[in-house]
Design a protein around this ligand. Sequence first.
Ligand code: AMP
Length: 177
Amino acid sequence: MAKEFNLDSYIRKVPNFPKEGILFYDITSILAAPEAFQYCVECMVDIYKDKEIDAVAAIEARGFLFAAPFAARMGIPLLPIRKKGKLPGITLSKKYALEYAMAEIEVHQEDVPEGKRVLLLDDLIATGGTLNAARALLNAGGAEVPGIFGVVGLPFLNYEEFLAPTPIITLINYHGE
Ligand code: AMP
C-alpha cells in the first residue's frame, strides 16, 4: 500500500450542493481514477484482512461501489442496505429521522447472518444518522456490527459520539470549511 498517496487530490469538492451551504465531497472522481480507487480498496483490505469480519453491509448507493470490490477481495458476503421498496424479498426495515423528513432503509432478512460480525460501510460519514439506522437494522437481524468504515469522514459533525461505541475507520477526514 502506498503510504504517501494524496487521496485528497482525487476528491472533488462541490460548494452549495445539493443545497446552499453544503460542501459536497464527491467520490465519483475517485472512481474515475483507477489508481485512487485501487488505493482505497487496498487500504480497506489491509485494514480488515486480519480482523474477524464475516460479511460487509453497505449503504445505497455510493457505499456499494466500495463494498463490492472489497467483498470480492475479502471473500465475504455483501449485504446491500437499500431505500424502502427496492428489495424484492422479505425485509427488515428501519425508519429514521433526516434533517427535515423521515427515511426508511431495508435489508433482506435472510441475508443477515445471525450471530456473525458484519462490517458496516458507506462512502462518507457525515452525521452518522444513516449508519446508526443501518446498525440497528443489522442488530435487529441478530448480527453484530464490530466496526464502521467510511472512505471520507466529517468528524466535525460529531458522528464518533453519535455512533459510539462502534469503532470507526476512515481513510481521510475533513474538518469543515
Ligand atoms: P449522514 O447520515 O448524515 O452520515 O449522511 C448520509 C449520506 O449523505 C452519506 O451516505 C453520504 O454519502 C451523504 N453525504 C452527507 N453529507 C455529505 C457531504 N458533505 N458530501 C458528500 N456526501 C454527503
